[in-house]
Design a protein around this ligand. Structure first.
Ligand code: C2E
Ligand code: MG
Ligand code: MG
Length: 290
């Protein structure tokens, strides 16, 4: 009898935990669906905006460009950072709509800056890991790009290693289609994925952006510091330009300069700014340089 009781208890525990898991999944899906719906509403209400973080030439200290970083200004929740909605949007097709809107806004802004004659400004736009997976979507992105007659040589698309690794031949085909315009490509968050030299050599990438997790530990953690040094040496040998992200201290800046890192971004140099504020920074630069 005891044996049967035990067996009954075990199997009912199993069923209960299965029901709990199902319930959690349903609650999570409901939450996700709600989020996707509110992204959709946010797009319709034009609640997404781009901030711009200047990128510097570490040798001359001059601003060479800006990176567009999306922000969701929700009337209910305030400013929502991209990490809170991009990964979820990427799980559904809403990412296509979001991304097109981001590219349109970024290129519209770039066109205005070119008309204002603010000097040489490179504009980096982050591409989602989903951008390249659908030919229909990619064709629309291409059409958007060709409709904005900006100086394409100053446009950089940032892609992550995961995009490349998922399908290297597809990535190669898509990258080459945009390179025909003169657009350049950067490998973002470098060091966090599993890119090997073989991957890098196969791809027409111009710039490598060292992930901030490596920069954070410079110069105190010897492992991360030596990884950064090795990335710089390897990248230079292969003739890539290197940009370090997440520079927060003078010690990090000095280390990167000493090791010939060409470009840098980080809170020490400038935080991401609204389009109105970044234009002031760019104008101030234009008056010093020009
Ligand atoms: P990312 O492209 O690597 O962008 C750099 C992130 O580091 C930005 O966060 C920026 O605000 C932050 N950052 C800059 N300097 C520092 C620093 O000194 N210290 C620290 N701790 N952080 C710094 P943000 O804006 O929250 O963006 C996070 C990620 O979301 C981006 O990483 C990118 O992967 C994605 N993302 C942002 N905007 C877009 C977009 O328009 N489209 C797509 N597809 N993804 C985007
Ligand atoms: Mg980026
Ligand atoms: Mg990055």
């Amino acid at each position: 009898m005891e044996k049967y009781k035990q067996k009954y208890n075990d199997s009912s525990k199993g069923i209960i935990s299965k029901i709990c898991r199902m319930k959690n999944k349903i609650v999570k899906n409901l939450g996700n669906n709600r989020m996707v719906n509110s992204i959709q509403t946010g797009i319709a209400r034009d609640e997404f905006t781009l901030f711009y973080q200047p990128e510097y030439n570490l040798e001359s200290n001059e601003i060479i460009g800006v990176e567009a970083l999306v922000r969701w200004i929700s009337p209910e929740k305030g400013m929502i950072p991209p990490d809170a909605f991009i990964p979820l949007a990427e799980k559904t097709n809403i990412i296509y709509e979001l991304e097109r809107m981001i590219i349109c806004k970024a290129l519209e802004q770039k066109k205005l800056w070119e008309q204002e004659d603010l000097g040489h400004i490179e504009l980096s736009i982050n591409l989602s890991s989903r951008s390249i997976d659908s030919e229909d979507n990619f064709k629309i992105i291409e059409d958007i790009i060709s409709s904005y007659k900006v100086n394409y040589k100053t446009i950089i698309f940032e892609i992550t290693e995961s995009v490349v690794i998922a399908n290297i031949d597809l990535a190669l085909e898509r990258i080459n289609r945009l390179r025909k315009y003169g657009i350049r490509f950067a490998l973002d968050d470098f060091g966090t994925g599993y890119s090997s030299l073989t991957h890098l050599l196969k791809l027409p990438i111009d710039i490598i952006k060292i992930d901030k997790s490596f920069i954070r530990s410079i110069p105190y953690c010897s492992e991360e510091t030596s990884i950064t040094k090795n990335i710089l040496t390897m990248a230079h040998d292969l003739r890539f330009k290197v940009v370090a992200e997440g520079i927060e201290t003078l010690a990090q800046l000095e280390y990167l300069r000493k090791n010939s890192c060409e470009g840098g971004q980080g809170f020490l140099l400038c935080i991401p700014l609204s389009s109105e504020r970044v234009v002031d920074v760019l104008k101030a630069r234009a008056s010093i340089v020009g």
